[in-house]
Design a protein around this ligand. Sequence first.
Ligand code: HEC
Ligand code: HEC
Length: 506
Amino acid sequence: MPVTKETASAFGLAGTAPTLAERYPKDRLVAMENRLSTDSTTVTYKTESAKIAVGKPFSIEVVAGMPAHGHGIAHTPSEKIRSRPIKIRWDGFPLAGRPADYPRRLRGRQTLEPNRKGQGRALGFPRSLRRLLWPLLAAGCSLISAAAASDTPVYFTDDEKALILSRGPWPVKIGPDPSNRVSGDVAAIAYGKLLFESADLSIDRGRSCLTCHEPALGHGDDKPRGIGRVRVDRNTMPLFNLRLNTWYGWDGKSDNLWAQSISPILDPRELGMTPEELQSRIAETPALANPYRNIFGAYVTAHDAETAMVNIAKALAAYQETLTSGRSAFDRFRDALAADDAAKIAAYPAAAQRGAKLFVGRARCDLCHFGTNFTNGEFHDISLPHFPEQGRVDKGRYGGILVLRRSRYNLLGPFNDDAGRTTAGFTRHVRLTLRNWGEFRVPSLRNVARTAPYMHDGSKATLEDVVRHYSEISEKRPHQDDDKLLRPLNLSDDEIADLVAFLMTL
Ligand code: HEC
Ligand code: HEC
């Protein structure tokens, strides 16, 4: 629901929200039974709702999202509610390592420990009678749970429904990349495809981008780690919906797609070129030299080697931007839910529906995998090993930020075609902190059935392995920041199967 003056006042937000709404008309607040207000550094919950108990912890899930970019970062401060109206101050939510100054989507949650004694009393039976009644009750419950496990319709609360709806509609439309003047250009897209498939881009003419990014596998591969001239340290990322990324690579070492396309060309383990070698290769291959001249307005040798390489990378980027994931069974379900179309909702398997409920509910996957592309676009440590080889450590986001800052090809550098640097905000403000050590990018989950094996190191062979990892995750973790987001879920085998069924439909 967009925040308009009307909805704002319906939520009791008069005063703060209309200004928010004027500044960010597309932002959404997820309504709860309580009321909330927010400004740039303070979140205040106010509620008259008796549903939230005083004296019990109340955890707020805060999405410090940038509406213009459609993503943000999730945080779960937890406070003990002391009195009503509930007011919680929070001084700044870190976004990309700095306090975020953006409106947030907020949800509150309170899981009260079931009060066994209270329940007993509520039943109001004397102890002896209760003993007799238990087996009867238990039998009733097992009947109910057997029914739930079969294909009976799944009930979604308003909150769950809102979270599921926020994953669409799909596809999303996004314009050309302002940092790349040939983005969206038909000739550059065709040229980019040619370059992507050409072995002339590798030093020994033995490989191309296609070697690791196979179209049939979502432009990824089926190996734990990419193999070029030698094996690299990380799992090959599939290529689709790339325009939706803020960062590229598992460590986000690039802030734009053309910079990310330069690195495999130069990496000695991948295509192993130098800018000079690349330039003469293009010049001596007419099929690659002619389109270059048409698109960039000069012979490739008329440019210096670095400029020529960046131009090649921009054509590669223009092509890769066109790789998108199509509408999935989940998207059809999501639209049916939006339209309240019972017949179409029923066409989505019940196991996947139960999985969807878990995903946005108890399993809390949506804290990081949120939005239409199922990712907040940021970095977390989910307790995977950081050692690609014995004695060699993968620093993850920490190393990524160091490379990003040094790079001449970042959005603050001389090759950004957007003089206003309109998309360079994240790069300008990125801050290096120790918590970045061992963090990796939250991958999109679209197409995930096709992109095994999983994780930055390819260490999980199947989606079941992934879900089991979250279910059994160790609570003793070196990185404390994510510990509130990740707790062992202790899922049953049925719940694991439901989550996998859901993931398979994305
Ligand atoms: C040796 C196998 C290999 C080759 C060859 C290769 N890649 Fe990759 N690609 C990878 C791996 C591994 C990653 C993950 C990199 C990382 O995080 O360090 C990746 C990541 C990417 C990404 C980032 C995607 C994202 O979502 O952030 C892009 C874009 C990309 N490659 C484009 C290319 C292009 C263009 C070429 C050819 C010029 C190419 N790749 C050649 C293995 C390869
Ligand atoms: C704290 C944030 C966070 C939460 C919560 C979270 N994930 Fe992830 N997820 C990540 C990160 C980060 C990665 C990549 C980690 C890596 O490779 O080091 C990832 C990777 C994955 C992958 C592998 C995708 C691929 O292409 O390799 C799947 C599948 C996945 N998560 C599903 C889930 C499910 C299901 C849940 C809920 C049970 C969940 N995630 C909860 C952050 C999160």
